[in-house]
Design a protein around this ligand. Structure first.
Ligand SMILES: *Cc1c(COP(=O)(O)O)cnc(C)c1O
Length: 374
């Protein structure tokens, strides 16, 4: 997905090796302990990590899972969402959000996005609610918290469940509450490129509802209630001990990682703001800049000039989900969700990661600024 193997002179989108460097001895020791213990699945590290996440989010339950995609899938399954049901979400997200809906046999219903936040336009949700609507999957895209108050009010009015897709928003805050703990359940990914990244795949589901917790907890491990006793048919979707141990170490640094992203974002916005659409910071919201995404009709030219200067850039996401070939069966036409389509044509993300030096961010912003003026 992300090319981090470009030659060394290039400023990459992300530098996972730089993040590893200062914690490598601690991680080596944790891995050695696991190898010595011989316990690789559902052991003390997963349990401790779940407790640490629950405490970070001040929430009752956390379940370690194999991926963020599985977190969404098992959560929908736990809520008994199934064939014939509709789930509202954004078309401007990574495909996993909508894939999870199809895995339980339900139909994704896409709502257009807001031009500035790039998240679902809450004024367009109500008109898409039908008798079949069961839930809304809210995505806090690029680390920008979505409009949770408005969405919670709609969910209450129509008796819908809210699942927060926080794959890109670990640690982001909405009115001083971390996103993921506001809806009925929060789903996280620890894919290596996420703000809290493992050294392989991993995911987590958090909730205050005991029934959702119990279901996801059993679903991840073949519905096992006691050794070789299975309440229902489940899956193999467990976070493993090695990833949990690595994530426990990184969790201690996540606020500092996110803070560094916010400092870089501030530099970018101070230089680029007014010249190009930059991410916005709304009152009472603390985004965590999983991506720093600008918007320009000249993005090919800007990308080319960045490349000439040894700077990476990526388009997330070039094709919104409603017009992806994979979702052609849903019957959306080109032009159906114009804001999503226009964003897909104009957005580009520039490097942002905690280890990026502030001087480099100033350099990158300068190159973007010049490119815009050409
Ligand atoms: C990464 C991501 C996912 C999927 O997470 P995986 O751990 O890769 O399965 C889901 N939703 C969004 C918005 C993502 O960015």
């Amino acid at each position: 997905m992300i090319n981090t193997t470009q030659n060394k002179a290039v400023i990459p989108m992300l530098d996972v090796k730089a993040q590893h460097e200062p914690i490598k001895e601690e991680i080596k020791q944790a891995l050695k302990d696991i190898l010595d213990s011989g316990q690789f699945i559902l052991g003390p590290n997963v349990r401790a990590f779940e407790q640490e996440i629950a405490s970070y989010y001040d929430i009752k339950h956390a379940v370690g899972l194999a991926s963020g995609t599985d977190a969404l899938y098992l959560c929908l399954k736990a809520l008994n969402i199934k064939q014939g049901d509709e789930v509202i979400t954004t078309p401007f997200t990574f495909i996993a959000t909508a894939e999870a809906i199809t895995y339980v046999g339900a139909t994704p219903v896409f709502v257009d996005i807001d031009r500035l936040t790039l998240n679902m336009d809450v004024s367009k949700i109500e008109e898409r609610i039908t008798q079949k609507t069961k839930a809304i999957i809210v995505v806090h895209l690029f680390g920008q918290p979505a409009d949770m108050d408005e969405i919670s009010a709609l969910a209450k009015k129509y008796n819908l469940k809210i699942i927060e897709d926080c794959a890109q928003a670990f640690g982001a805050r909405y009115k001083d509450r971390p996103v993921g703990g506001i809806g009925d359940a929060g789903c996280f990914s620890f894919y290596p490129s996420k703000n809290l990244g493992a050294y392989g795949d991993g995911g987590m589901m958090i909730t205050n509802h005991y029934d959702i917790y119990e279901n996801v907890n059993l679903l991840r491990n073949h519905g096992t209630v006691a050794p070789y006793r299975h309440r229902f048919i489940g899956y193999n979707s467990r976070l493993d001990e090695i990833q949990a141990a690595i994530l426990r170490i990184k969790l201690r640094h996540i606020d500092e990682y996110n803070q560094k992203r916010r400092v870089l974002a501030k530099i970018y916005t101070s230089i680029l703001g007014g010249n190009v659409q930059c991410p916005i910071e709304l009152k009472d919201r603390t985004p965590v800049y999983h991506q720093y995404t600008i918007r320009t009709k000249k993005r090919e030219k800007v990308a080319a000039i960045l490349r000439d200067n040894g700077i990476s850039s990526v388009v997330y996401y070039p094709v919104p989900l409603h017009i992806q070939e994979a979702f052609s069966y849903l019957g959306y036409k080109q032009g159906a969700l114009p804001e999503s389509e226009s964003a897909a044509n104009e957005v580009m993300s520039i490097p942002i990661y905690p280890e990026l030096e502030t001087e480099k961010a100033e350099f990158i912003a300068g190159v973007v600024l010049n490119a815009l003026k050409e």
